[in-house]
Design a protein around this ligand. Structure first.
Ligand SMILES: [Cu+2]
Length: 400
């Protein structure tokens, strides 16, 4: 009965929300991107209007599941382009492959019609001389949201608090000459062997990434939805800190029956993965992106993005108090006064310096002394966390 009601409700919401969305994309060919070493790279790209400077990747296209979408692509550049919607099952006439669909010449508009599919993470890119025009910078993300709630992965899926997207690609500066990027079909220049020097996440690399807002920033206990997508020519191995408890929930817009629990995942060219991460305690660390050659498996480069998970100070929702533990340093046992609490139930956790959880249990007591056996822990510094629904107690201690 509950399922039937849900189905009726979901159908009702969908019917109510389903509407038409029109998105503008402008194709341009006179972009310039500054690389981390100061090199200025000549690029092509898409913009969402006529005034915004071109940037790679292009704007993220947001759609609502079930909506009928029209992409108005205006080619304001001198050579033909298309918009190919990668992973969205559009019909052949609208899929942007020049030979079977259409190319959009200089100063003309092309209209792509589609029905927004299952919520998830997708890609778009130009399909005119596609390896060159993708390398030039003509791509971006497509995100399809469920109709009922933007903080839901899909109807009946997972709730999340924050949404982050990471699109990886590489640049080989030898491909970014005017002659190579501007060649036309039937008049192809010989391409240099692809040998990228710049390994990008959302258009930044190296210290550009460290200085950017590209990262995962949240408060404790918030669920972060990460969208990983690869439009490059390398395979990416993405590694998450164990403390973030990564759950891989969908691939290429298709939900998994059960979340896949893994601390790393391979994202191959064209693939997308949806991952949930969170932490019950403050955490500071990095998610690592390895760029591996598809030709010989060689590790070409590694980039990292910042993860900062902080206490929600000032929200009044969670009181934070420090806890005194002794002896400190210790080698075998740790004692502390259990705080008075209404719940008679406190979560007890110990984390090492890398954020890895070493001990997790529940203390069913209010007041009184508690003795914990920590003899199994290696030498080093640790964070102890006691949490109830309303209060968060923490202490640092050292095993010597
Ligand atoms: Cu193009």
């Amino acid at each position: 009965m509950k399922h039937l009601l849900y189905f009726i409700l979901a159908t009702f919401c969908w019917t109510q929300a389903s509407s038409q969305t029109e998105l503008l994309l402008v194709g341009q060919t006179y972009g310039q991107m500054e690389m981390h070493d100061g090199e200025q790279l000549f690029t092509f790209g898409y913009t969402a209007d006529y005034d915004t400077p071109m940037y790679v990747p292009g704007p993220t296209l947001h759609m609502i599941e079930g909506d009928s979408v029209i992409i108005d692509f205006h080619n304001s550049s001198m050579i033909p382009h298309t918009v190919h919607l990668h992973g969205l099952d559009v019909d052949q006439a609208n899929d942007g492959v020049p030979q079977t669909s259409f190319s959009v010449p200089h100063q003309e508009h092309g209209f792509y019609h589609l029905r927004a599919p299952h919520p998830g993470t997708y890609l778009y890119h130009c399909h005119f001389l596609s390896s060159i025009h993708v390398q030039s910078g003509m791509y971006g993300l497509v995100i399809v949201h469920p109709a009922s709630d933007p903080n839901l992965t899909w109807e009946g899926g997972y709730e999340f608090d924050n949404d982050f997207s990471f699109l990886t690609f590489e640049f080989d500066s030898d491909w970014h000459s005017f002659a190579i990027l501007n060649q036309t079909m039937g008049d192809e220049a010989i391409l240099p062997i692809f040998d990228p020097e710049y390994f990008m996440i959302n258009g930044a690399s190296e210290q550009q990434l460290a200085d950017s807002s590209v990262g995962v920033y949240s408060f404790v206990n918030e669920v972060n939805h990460l969208r990983l997508a690869n439009i490059g020519f390398c395979a990416n191995r993405v590694s998450f800190p164990a403390a973030l408890d990564a759950r891989i929930i969908a691939s290429d817009g298709r939900p998994f029956d059960e979340p896949l629990l893994a601390d790393s995942i391979w994202v191959l060219p064209g693939e997308r993965y949806d991952v949930l991460v969170d932490s019950e305690v403050p955490f500071s660390g990095e998610i690592i992106f390895d760029y591996v050659s598809m030709n010989n498996g060689e590790l070409l480069n590694t980039q990292a993005i910042e993860v900062e998970i902080e206490l929600a100070i000032g929200t009044n929702e969670l009181a934070i108090e420090s806890l005194e533990v002794f002896p400190n340093p210790t080698s075998d046992r740790l004692s502390f006064q259990v705080p008075e609490n209404d719940h008679m139930r406190l979560h007890f956790q110990v984390y090492d310096q890398a954020g890895k959880q070493c001990i997790s249990s529940v203390i069913s007591a209010s007041g009184g002394m508690c003795n914990i056996d920590v003899s199994a822990l290696a030498q080093g510094s640790y964070t102890l966390v006691l949490s109830s629904e309303s209060t968060y107690y923490h202490a640092q201690f050292v095993i010597d």
